[in-house]
Design a protein around this ligand. Structure first.
Ligand code: MN
Length: 211
């Protein structure tokens, strides 16, 4: 992940048809090449006049929005959050046939904190479907490794001082409309087959060194 200004749209870590049939090629082209690119471009535009913030990592910018000039706060919140959320989203997915599994440590934490992976998904589903309008639902960990579920509106991110997001579901309609139209529940149920458990397990293991 490139973490400071100027931000660059990273290519997807898989081909545009890799997530098919859960998410089709057209969705990935629009979502990554158009929507995510716009967040990257608009974040750079918002930060361009403010040299003093050019070396600050994105996660720090998002936790210190009130230190930014007032005129840049909303644009950085929306577009910086957009970059952060989409980097997490795209980097934690893989083909529905990839067959990755949670590490032993992550599976143990899931069982301890939710009872089962089924129960974790049921809580994540409730958060994703319950998010009114556009937003995100997450599985997050704290630095001690305790897992929780949360949701944010718009392109907001969870409190990054406290939480390291491991998995996120984009519930903006642009993430699923071409494949599922208005059927957010169907999108969610298919989406969870795309989770790249190798990447998620590695983020969980490295939660204290990621930032
Ligand atoms: Mn999106």
């Amino acid at each position: 992940m490139n973490t400071t200004y100027p931000y660059v749209l990273q290519p997807l870590p898989y081909s545009y048809d890799a997530l098919s049939p859960v998410l089709g090629e057209d969705t990935l082209h629009f979502h990554h090449d158009k929507h995510m690119k716009a967040y990257v471009d608009n974040l750079n535009k918002a930060l361009e006049p403010f040299d003093q913030f050019h070396n600050m990592p994105l996660a720090s910018l998002l936790t210190k929005l009130d230190e930014l000039p007032l005129s840049a706060q909303t644009a950085v919140r929306n577009n910086g959050g957009g970059v952060f959320n989409h980097e997490l989203y795209f980097s934690t997915l893989n083909s529905p046939n990839a067959g990755t599994k949670p590490s032993v440590a992550l599976q143990a934490a899931i069982d301890r904190d939710f009872g089962s992976i089924h129960q974790m998904f049921s809580e994540l589903r409730k958060a994703a479907l319950g998010q009114f309008g556009s937003g995100w639902a997450y599985v997050v960990t704290d630095k001690a490794g305790i897992l929780s579920i949360c949701a944010t509106p718009n392109q907001d991110v969870p409190d990054l001082c406290k939480w390291i997001p491991l998995i996120t579901v984009d519930v903006w309609e642009h993430a699923y409309y071409l494949d599922y139209q208005n059927r957010r529940p169907d999108y969610f149920d298919a989406f969870i087959t795309l989770i790249n458990w190798e990447v998620v397990s590695s983020s969980y293991k490295n939660r204290n060194v990621l930032r």
